[in-house]
Design a protein around this ligand. Sequence first.
Ligand SMILES: O=C1C[C@@H](O)[C@H](O)[C@@H](O)C1=O
Length: 288
Amino acid sequence: MTNELKLAAAPISWGVCETPGWGKQLDPERVLTDMKDLGITHTEFGPAGFLPEDAIERAEFLSERGMTAIGGFYPAVMHRDDHDPLPALREELEAYRAAGAEILVLSLDNGTSSYDDKRELTDEEWALTARRLNEAHELAASYGVRAVVHQHVGTLCESPVAVERLINDTEIELCLDTGHMLAGGNDPLAFVGEHADRVGHVHLKDVDSAQATKVLNGDIAYSDAVADGMYRPLGTGDAQIGAIIRTLREAGYDGWYVMEQDYRILDDSQIEQAVRDVQDSTAFVRSI
Ligand SMILES: O=C1C[C@@H](O)[C@H](O)[C@@H](O)C1=O
């Protein structure tokens, strides 16, 4: 196991999030420069509006700054029979093709633009979602893109029940987000021990499990817990990042590891701390 780990970054560590009203959104110039300063040359796109919308312009914007896109996070409403997510997905995949991006990270959007609500899909909604996920998987493959599902707090794939259904009833791989797995009540290390073959992409995120338990129990809203620092620099929380990386590598996973410490920057004084945290996380991963 001497091959180098493929390390990338994502704008969420700089507070750039798809949720309206999340907090201060640092501009792409700052975010991409910081990534480059950390020796990172690959990034996820970040939410709509962060980079130029036009696919060609977006790809040029990145390459002029010495960066390459590996793909991005794409929330999609898949469970409603009055809404077909596939036409918009097709457009997104065209942009991926133009940018040479290889990974489409789907999340199961609940339609509320917030991660503070929790619910399971009904059996009927799940049957429709599972069918559409398999279609999305095939559609993406026809563009040369690997579609993966991101289990995520406050989406319709959060809990152990939802993750199990995804594994059993679909063909699609997962974006294993170590922090969201733990925060959603799953055991990320046990998961990779059992299902490393279903991991198609990895988001490395560490989490304070005491804070995460409060979110799970409904004692604090997810967005408030993130603002309170529920996500920690890699290696300083409870997600067992080192053991997870080692297990994945032993199982032959050779895809991307994207560093993500979800940040809500509510005050300018927090910006430099966010940047220091990414520096610490990068150093931690490189030490493994
Ligand atoms: O992969 C991700 C993308 C983010 O924008 C999202 O909010 C975050 O939680 C995440 O894990």
